[in-house]
Ligand binder design. Structure first.
Ligand code: ADP
Ligand code: ZN
Length: 531
């Protein structure tokens, strides 16, 4: 579709004329207008949030061709096919393309006949390709799945590193990076690698308000699961849609499936260790819409987009808010009410930490994973709206209590924990905001460790003021203060605890802090726990 001078390049007109949508969603419009007028930036939206339009629409609004970097050939082919169907001149360029077809694409590009060109990163950064683009009007560069540029992410692709060259070679062309990964470390890495430090970050759309979120200590997991199943069964006692039970181990996924079958449910197991035939069968039954309960490890998930998953239960604590979010996000894609229940135990936290320590990852990576785990624990133990805490992990800071999580619906028993909070904050301040939770707790508990001696922290007035409650309980206090935004964990540095602006009124006694009773009161003083 060559440019018609008489066709409007107003974003809203393009949206409705080409894509047939009446309006933008969430922050799309803001992004589209920013890029259409020449700006660069980073877009953080969850999968399904509508990232594609953020670069497709401005590409069509601006003169020249939009270059889209995408890591997967299948993804490129899908998008190109969809665009062509909508009448947009789009093509893909990658290593699997037969020689003759590549030549046709390059000729169309050269003749200005393309509006969108999808290209693999290694293909784009070839000198010949960059030279070609130098002599053409380029509407914008979009870097999809931009987390691939970061080695902290789980999908690091060395070829993405080369994309830094775009900022140098095309300083006047808008560059838009897009990803569903929103943890601060990866975000900063993407901005640095792609030269977007000065450009805005657009976040949004992470909330899935139709999913009711609940978390509870794991007491009798089968009874707890059975209770949910009973509540979810329709009036005839039959299940509608599907459910997913995520289990921490392969064995548990099989045992749980077997137990549920014994209870008369159509339950299937799914994990990476199963025969591929069995996996395919399970996947097929799920995908074709059977009312099944899938008892799975995190291996189950790729390529699931069944709209009527009514609930997702985690029998074990996920390793990060990101993975939990992704897993519960498989529920309620049809927009109808859905549920996510998280069961967790103190053992999960210790096991999670242990796994991180034992992993072959670099120390830096381990530190990040520990912080992710802590953030997950903070959600599990929240005294305030769980969704607020979850969304804060994705950088969506200003949302009201959701009214659709268990904390909002039936607030837990709280007690006035202001004194404990003050003790912790003052220990953090007096040790110079330079230490992680472990050391701060040692100071509070009055433990003369080497580190305490080294920094003479045994001489601080806060040394030993927290003997009355256990190490575990102090860690619980710290997590709740983090969850409530009174303390921050310096993820960019070394995981130090840092008071936020909200700490000052607490210290001055102007603001009360409410803590969950069972977390602090129940934990009797205990011997120091490793890790
Ligand atoms: P992402 O790339 O963020 O995972 P997509 O760009 O694939 O998400 O969009 C997800 C779905 O939402 C697509 O089916 C798309 O057509 C639809 N969609 C996105 N934006 C809009 C909109 N403004 N109006 C209607 N549908 C939209
Ligand atoms: Zn809530």
């Amino acid at each position: 579709m060559p440019d018609h001078p008489d066709e409007s390049t107003n974003p809203l007109d393009v949206l409705s004329r080409v894509f047939g949508h009446p309006g933008f969603r969430g922050r799309q419009e803001e992004v589209v207008r920013h890029v259409a007028s020449g700006g660069s930036g980073l877009v953080l939206m969850p999968t399904g949030g509508g990232k594609s339009l953020c670069f497709q629409v401005p590409a069509l609004c601006r003169p020249g061709v939009g270059i889209v970097v995408s890591p997967l050939i299948a993804l490129m082919e899908d998008q190109v096919a969809a665009l062509r169907q909508q009448g947009v001149a789009a093509a893909a360029l990658h290593s699997d393309l037969p020689e003759g077809e590549s030549r046709t694409v390059l000729r169309d590009l050269h003749n200005g006949d393309l509006k969108l060109l999808y290209v693999s990163p290694e293909r784009l950064v070839l000198e010949g390709m960059l030279n070609r683009l130098d002599s053409l009007p380029v509407a914008l560069f979009a870097v999809d799945e931009a987390h691939c540029v970061s080695q902290w992410g789980h999908h690091f692709r060395p070829e993405y590193r080369g994309l830094g060259v775009l900022a140098e070679r095309f300083p006047r062309t808008p560059r838009l990076a897009l990803t569903a990964t929103a943890d601060p470390r990866t975000v900063e890495d993407i901005r640095r690698q792609l030269g977007l430090q000065e450009d805005p970050v657009f976040r949004g759309g992470f909330d899935r308000p139709n999913i009711r979120i609940e978390a509870a200590p794991r007491e009798q997991e089968r009874a707890q699961l059975r209770a949910l199943l009973r509540e979810e069964a329709g009036p005839k006692g039959a299940m509608t849609g599907a459910g997913i039970v995520y289990c921490g181990t392969r064995a548990k996924s099989e045992q749980t499936a077997e137990w549920l079958r014994g209870d008369g449910l159509d339950a299937l197991a799914f994990h990476a260790g199963m025969e591929s035939d069995a996996k395919r069968d399970a996947h097929r039954r799920f995908a074709r819409g059977d009312s099944v309960v899938m008892c799975a490890t995190i291996a189950f998930g790729m390529g699931i987009d069944r709209p009527d998953v009514r609930w997702v239960v985690h029998l074990d604590l996920p390793k990060s808010p990101e993975s939990w979010y992704q897993e519960i996000g498989r529920a309620g894609r049809d927009g109808l009410p859905a549920r996510a229940l998280l069961l967790y135990g103190a053992g999960d936290i210790a096991l999670g930490r242990h796994r991180i320590e034992e992993s072959p990852a670099a120390p830096e990576q381990k530190r990040i994973e520990r912080q992710r785990l802590d953030a997950m624990v903070a959600i599990a133990e929240a005294a305030t709206c769980r969704r607020q805490i979850l969304l804060r992990c994705f950088g969506e800071a200003e949302c009201p209590p959701c009214g659709n999580c268990d904390v909002c619906l039936s607030p837990p028993r709280l007690f006035d924990g202001t004194v404990a909070a003050q003790k912790m904050l003052s220990a953090v301040l007096r040790t110079g905001r330079r230490f992680g939770v472990g050391h701060v707790v040692d100071v509070l508990r009055g433990k003369l460790t080497d580190k305490v001696a080294q920094f003479a922290h045994d001489r601080l007035p806060t040394f030993g003021v927290g003997k009355d409650i256990s190490d575990t309980a102090w860690r619980g206090v710290a997590r709740q203060l983090v969850a409530q935004g009174v303390l921050d964990v310096a993820i960019e540095n070394h995981g130090e605890l840092v008071p936020t602006d909200a700490a000052r009124p607490v210290l001055k006694g102007e603001q009360k802090v409410m803590l969950r009773e069972e977390l602090v009161r129940a934990a009797a003083p205990a011997p120091a726990r490793a890790g």
